[in-house]
Design a protein around this ligand. Sequence first.
Ligand code: MLT
Ligand code: MN
Ligand code: ZN
Length: 301
Amino acid sequence: MRVIILGSAAGGGVPQWNCGCGNCQDARLSGTGRTQSSVALSADGARWVLLNASPDLRAQIASRPELWPRGARGTPISAVVCTDGEIDHTLGLVLLREATARFPVYAPAGVVGLLDREWPVLRVLSAYAGVEPRTLPEGQAIPLADGAGRELGVTCTAVSVARRAPRYAREASAATYDVALRLADQRTGATLAYIPTAGAVDDAVRSVARGADLLLFDGTFWSDGELRAAGVDAPTAREMGHVPIGGPGGSIELLPRLGARRTVLVHINNTNPILSRSSSERAQVEGSGIEVADDGMEVEL
Ligand code: MLT
Ligand code: MN
Ligand code: ZN
């Protein structure tokens, strides 16, 4: 299974258009940056699945020959799986509107409901080629398939994680809004645990991550009060549903116990000090054997 991190940043990216923090200023001045959270994976190297569809999807596809069209019209992107209904993980669906056939989009039940009603991507795209929503069952491995129903050689198990509904959601519902994914290559058995957003390292996270060949985990914030410290009137990391990396009960303390072969932080917010390669926080992450993702990072499992 091939895994490509298309975008390693959280919502807003780096630099974020209206953020003057040190990381965003550095990114502007050095002409480097990070695009928003998305991963591409493939079992056969020919047909690809996107894990989340970011607002930067157009540039991400343009940057990877694996995702370029074959022929006059067409795409090797065969399906999308959304782990949540947040804008940074779903806006890219709108950018796929030029598709020539209904696009399969797997998502948890609560997210399919959101995309149908409160953030009506399904209705808007129905005027184009359209999206075929496929609800991810809880805790059950299903084979992913393309629009024609051909299996892609990857099974996907979704387990709900402790997180609130997106900010725009007004409907009170008990449905699942956020999942951790365990993806397995049906031929080789290689496994990817994909958990870009998690409010805690709890039983759900443990069950998905245990013994995975690669764990991609929520690296949004270093500390609980990070956004406030950056001068933004915002909830804490834990209130937003992101377990901080540092401090007691932080992810660098808990992740190494999950037994994943390799652990890489993704969905990194622009305020996070680990983005600076010379920071002590970055050294602490790397000292615990955990890696920090970069855009374009590729792993063969
Ligand atoms: C999150 O990951 O917490 C959300 O994407 C934040 C947001 O942009 O509202
Ligand atoms: Mn996000
Ligand atoms: Zn910033």
